[in-house]
Ligand binder design. Structure first.
Ligand SMILES: Cc1cc2nc3c(=O)[nH]c(=O)nc-3n(C[C@H](O)[C@H](O)[C@H](O)COP(=O)(O)OP(=O)(O)OC[C@H]3O[C@@H](n4cnc5c(N)ncnc54)[C@H](O)[C@@H]3O)c2cc1C
Length: 389
């Protein structure tokens, strides 16, 4: 992969550090973690030790102060070796960005500085079984009790579940105060009374990202753990949660797509037939297909990095590009992984190995909210000047 020219000079050695971790740590554990549905502990620890988990923390607090371009670049590198590890890292980064967006001094000291030091992992807990893909209408109940907030509800598919130190949880508005709006975001710390986890994750793909169900039964958190002010929810949704989440997922699934392409290319570039001495890749239809796949991959990469750069620059036309990114990355990852499975022949299918994992991981892209269908609908509405929701 050649880093696109939008990569900021401010990224310094971050790219090289991430590549080194992906090569020397992630690659060693990916297959066994997938087989055992085990959380990618070694990769996450290495990223934390190298300071990369502080990617989205402002420089003034000891972090790297990176925006969406940095998030895409590092997520892509890790996801090329392991989609699950890329996803775990990316969800931590999105959680960090949400924390940093309107942080108080308390949030800075308690969460952001420890994140910058690699001592604290966070993640997003938005989805619920009731509202499913419609993650922006949470039903988790939040009630003010004196200086505290009491939480009751169920959060599904919490990536890094049981491994993070904190969870960015969306809740329904404080209905007891007659507040209007769609949701609030709070920071929930691990292992509080009333928190419990359902059984471990054993998904079809992304098997080592531990996306578990979290039950909240009257969990009390300090009132100071509310992020932003009541009424900020649309600002949070469209300025922070959605853009960072979409770009993080776009980077992750771009990495999965690149991994699938590499498998296909390597196979057709090295498979030689004994009866004819011919390389598989020399067959015109095969080289044609490799060319097509590369074009799809590269078009998606350019879309993603240009959207991230627009997002970081605050361009007025960033929204449509950002909406298109995750859907495009999902289509590209699934298409290339499917095609690669054909190009790599029966041996790849028989071995149920690396390519099989990549194909299973790629499939998660379509169902992670905002799902591909919903994103394309939102994109169309934004291009038609219609309200997204
Ligand atoms: C690997 C993985 C990791 C995840 N990690 C996290 C996480 O860390 N945090 C988190 O909060 N959530 C996470 N999620 C949850 C995810 O974002 C979704 O919320 C969840 O997958 C929705 O699942 P559901 O079964 O309720 O889908 P459903 O809501 O039942 O949707 C089923 C299908 O119907 C489609 N659909 C629904 N309504 C419409 C419509 N009006 N028009 C067209 N199509 C429609 C959807 O696009 C989807 O394809 C994760 C999910 C996966 C698979």
């Amino acid at each position: 992969m050649t880093p696109p020219n939008v990569l900021a000079a401010s990224m310094g050695t971050l790219i090289e550090t991430a590549r080194e971790i992906a090569r020397t740590v992630t690659a060693k554990h990916t297959e066994s973690d997938d087989r055992e549905a085990r959380w990618p502990e070694e990769t996450m620890r290495a990223l934390a030790s190298a300071g990369l988990t502080g990617l989205q923390v402002p420089r003034s607090l000891g972090g790297h102060g990176q925006g969406m371009v940095g998030l895409v670049a590092i997520s892509e590198i890790i996801a090329q070796e392991s989609g699950s590890a890329g996803l775990c890292f990316a969800m931590h980064c999105v959680g960090t960005a949400v924390l940093a967006a309107k942080a108080t001094d308390y949030h800075r000291e308690r969460y952001l500085r420890p994140i910058a030091r690699g001592e604290h992992l966070t993640t997003l807990a938005l989805s619920e079984p009731g509202t499913g893909s419609f993650f922006y209408v949470p039903e988790t109940k939040a009630t003010r009790v004196g200086d505290e907030i009491e939480l009751t509800g169920i959060k599904g598919f919490v990536t890094n579940g049981g491994h993070a130190d904190s969870y960015i949880v969306s809740t329904a508005p404080f209905s007891d105060e007659g507040e209007e709006g769609q949701f609030n975001c709070v920071v929930l710390e691990k292992e509080l009374p009333g928190e419990s986890w359902d059984s471990s994750w054993g998904g079809f793909g992304m098997r080592s990202n531990e996306s578990r169900t979290l039950r909240l039964n009257g969990v009390r958190i300090p009132g100071a753990n509310l992020l932003g002010d009541p009424g900020d929810e649309l600002w949070y949704m469209f300025e922070v949660v959605a853009p960072y989440f979409l770009m993080a997922m776009a980077g992750t699934y771009l990495g999965v797509a690149q991994a699938a392409f590499d498998e296909a290319r390597n196979h057709v570039a090295t498979r030689r037939y004994s009866h004819s001495g011919e390389l598989l890749g020399a067959a015109p239809v095969i080289s044609h297909r490799i060319g097509e796949l590369w074009t799809t991959l590269e078009a998606t990469r350019q879309l993603i990095y240009s959207a991230a750069a627009k997002g970081d620059a605050g361009s007025s036309d960033a929204l449509s590009s950002i909406l298109a990114c995750k859907a495009s990355a999902a289509d590209t990852a699934v298409t290339i992984a499917n095609e690669a499975m054909t190009l790599c022949g029966g041996s790849a299918y028989r071995d149920n190995g690396r390519l099989s994992r990549i194909l299973r991981d790629a499939r998660a892209s379509h169902v992670m909210a905002p799902t591909t269908d919903i994103l394309k609908t939102w994109l169309g509405r934004s291009l038609l000047d219609l309200p997204l929701l």
